[in-house]
Ligand binder design. Structure first.
Ligand SMILES: Nc1ncnc2c1ncn2[C@@H]1O[C@H](COP(=O)(O)OP(=O)(O)OP(=O)(O)O)[C@@H](O)[C@H]1O
Length: 606
């Protein structure tokens, strides 16, 4: 495969400034075509200048953004590459507007889908057919919700032995036309959780990921299928609770949003600093975006900012995040599979590829030296599987013909067996040879791919890595999918200390000398949890009390009434004073809330 120019693999970043809504507030941004300046808050006599691929000023239209930043890259997806388009920015800065838009001013998603369907139409010919599929999910309060289903439940993220990420049970729907896409997408979009806040009348309370899968299949033998996907990510905006006026449940939502965005920052920082451990697992968002930040997908990040001075701090933070992100180097690979040759590989398995494409493991994401060990491994000799399979078919065909001829010529039974036996044994040997070669090939490729997945800095990226042949990569991906052994659920961040310990012990090379830190961390977390439980118990809002495990409306009433009468609980054990709860229940309460306490229950106001 031809090596690609370094810049093509970096996360591409553009910034869009939304129009000024509050005239009274002065504008703090000056835009150029590919740069912008804001005042330096540390020294008002200076400006801070940022450079990006493109800067869209407040006058830019939806068309400008789509046609300049996204449309030219859609070809990549058609050529088998995975791609993510992400909107990032503070609340009310125009992420959803830019991604989805309105019926009069359609945003990136509808425009891209129109173009994709158009390309499918023109590209379909006697050689290839195309199939498009759709999945749509939101991450709300650290829960994965399938937006294509009416009944909402928290989906699980699973991981197979090849470190492929799978959203278990996620609906994948076929879409045959743009109209069909709209008929599925628009009702699903209306299911997304939004509320009115001081900063945005339709503020998104969740991150959404819309995945469009494109399957390209050869009409003739060998019926190859290549599967690629493009995902559109509309991140919920970071929020300052004082400005947004959030309380109670809104506060909890915003704490989940802020926390996952915080982890995203940490992931970006860790990749840039080439840390051993990239904290992808610390939130569901980063787990699902693993491929877009330091993985095998190309990524386009659109940072949205507001021009008003009162939004200065958010603008400054967004621009800094955008600047950090553009330094991340992804290592996109073409996804291709030989479906016809593998009867076990059914299309339904591929549907799950919305989040299943190979991703970098925490251990393989940059070792201490920032070296990718695999890069020094010479490319294994490429075995031409297609040729081997053709040969195999040929032998089988000849065996069949020989058998028929022998029967016709009334050869003796013995002769027939001997000749046929020879042919079959040859065939068997060839099958063995092929599968042995494939297995060893795939083993090597799997090892290589886990160490080759992430490159932090293209300048330091080894040349040999880029030169990995197209076929080798494809075969690697094919084997990654074909060899996928049963998946297992990943313990997500709901982890309590035990899971945390176990996870750390699994990550032998990474944290072998950090057990002390871990212990301190566990103690700290325990203390923090205790404070948060206490805080929820003392909340003036019954909805907050209901967030505690094992607390239903009756118990929430008892707890609320008690604190109204006696004042706030000083310690969690004070629950024993509510006689109606019973001693046994209090111990269950402790057990469940301490062991199963998850951070989504934390109220940031506490
Ligand atoms: N470029 C723009 N031109 C015109 N209106 C815009 C533009 N950008 C944003 N808006 C308007 O600003 C408001 C907030 O935009 P939007 O809902 O897209 O923000 P958001 O960043 O998605 O916020 P949140 O994170 O709270 O969901 C909307 O009413 C939207 O129509």
């Amino acid at each position: 495969m031809e090596s690609k120019p370094a810049l093509q693999n970096r996360v591409e970043v553009a910034v869009r400034v939304r129009p000024q809504f509050i005239e009274a507030d002065s504008c703090c941004i000056t835009c150029e075509k590919d740069s912008l300046e804001i005042v330096n808050h540390r020294d008002y006599t200076q400006n801070i200048k940022y450079k990006f691929t493109t800067v869209f000023d407040a006058d830019s239209t939806q068309d400008d953004v789509y046609k300049t930043f996204v449309a030219p890259k859609l070809d990549k997806v058609f050529n088998g590459e995975n791609m993510s388009v992400l909107a990032y920015g503070a609340t009310g800065t125009g992420k959803t507007y830019t991604m989805i838009g309105t019926s009069d001013n359609p945003g990136i998603v509808p425009q891209a889908l129109r173009d994709l369907f158009q390309t499918v139409e023109t590209a379909t010919n006697e050689m290839h057919t195309y199939k498009m599929k759709l999945s749509f999910l939101e991450i709300y309060n650290e829960k994965l919700i399938d937006l294509l289903l009416v009944r909402k439940s928290d989906l699980q993220i699973w991981e197979d032995t090849n470190k492929n990420i799978i959203v278990h049970g996620l609906t994948v729907k076929d879409i045959a036309s743009y109209e069909e896409f709209e008929s599925i997408f628009l009702p699903a979009m209306s299911q997304r959780t939004t509320v009115s806040s001081n900063l945005n009348s339709h503020s998104s309370r969740s991150h959404t990921i819309l995945m469009v899968i494109i399957e390209k299949t050869q009409v003739c033998s060998p019926f190859r299928t290549s599967v690629s996907k493009i995902q559109f990510v509309d991140l919920a905006g970071s929020e300052n609770n004082k400005l947004s006026g959030n309380k109670g449940l809104r506060m909890r939502e915003s704490s989940c949003i802020n926390k996952s965005l915080f982890v995203l920052h940490e992931v970006v920082d860790a990749i840039r600093r080439r840390q051993k451990r990239i904290p992808y697992r610390d939130s569901k968002l980063t787990r699902l975006l693993q491929d877009s930040f330091g993985g095998r997908s190309s990524a386009l990040l659109l940072a949205t900012i507001a021009p008003e001075e009162r939004c200065y701090y958010n603008t400054y933070c967004t621009l800094n995040f955008a600047t950090k992100s553009k330094k991340i180097v992804n290592n996109p690979a073409l996804c291709q599979e030989d479906q016809a040759c593998d009867p076990d590989l059914n299309v339904d398995n591929l549907q799950l590829d919305v989040a299943k494409e190979p991703v970098s493991s925490e251990i393989s994401v940059g070792n201490a030296s920032g070296n990718t060990s695999g890069s020094s491994v010479a490319s294994p000799t490429s075995v031409d599987f297609d040729l081997a399979r053709e040969l195999l078919k040929d032998i089988q065909e000849r065996t069949r013909m020989l058998k028929t001829t022998m029967e016709k010529e009334n050869h003796s039974e013995k002769d027939k067996e001997t000749t046929e036996g020879k042919c079959i044994s040859n065939t068997g040997n060839l099958i063995d040879d092929i599968s042995k070669t494939e297995n060893s090939q795939s083993l090597r490729l799997c090892r290589r791919s886990s160490s080759l997945r992430v490159t932090f800095d293209m300048e330091k990226q080894s040349h040999s890595e880029n030169q990995m042949s197209n076929k080798t990569r494809n075969a690697g991906i094919l084997k990654n999918i074909v060899n996928s052994t049963p998946v297992r659920p990943i313990p997500t961040r709901k982890c309590h200390s035990e899971i945390r310990k176990r996870r750390y012990s699994e990550m032998d090379t990474v944290v072998s000398d950090s057990s002390k830190d871990d212990e301190i961390l566990i103690k700290h977390r325990h203390k923090t949890h205790k404070n948060h439980i206490l805080c929820l118990l003392n909340s003036q809002n019954k909805a907050d009390i209901l967030l505690l495990h094992t607390v239903g409306t009756r118990r929430a009433d008892l707890i609320y009434d008690w604190q109204q009468e006696h004042g706030p609980f000083e310690k969690v054990e004070d629950l024993n004073q509510i006689l109606d709860l019973g001693e046994k229940y209090v111990s269950t309460f402790m057990h469940r809330n301490f062991l199963h306490f998850d951070e989504e229950n934390m109220d940031p106001g506490c």
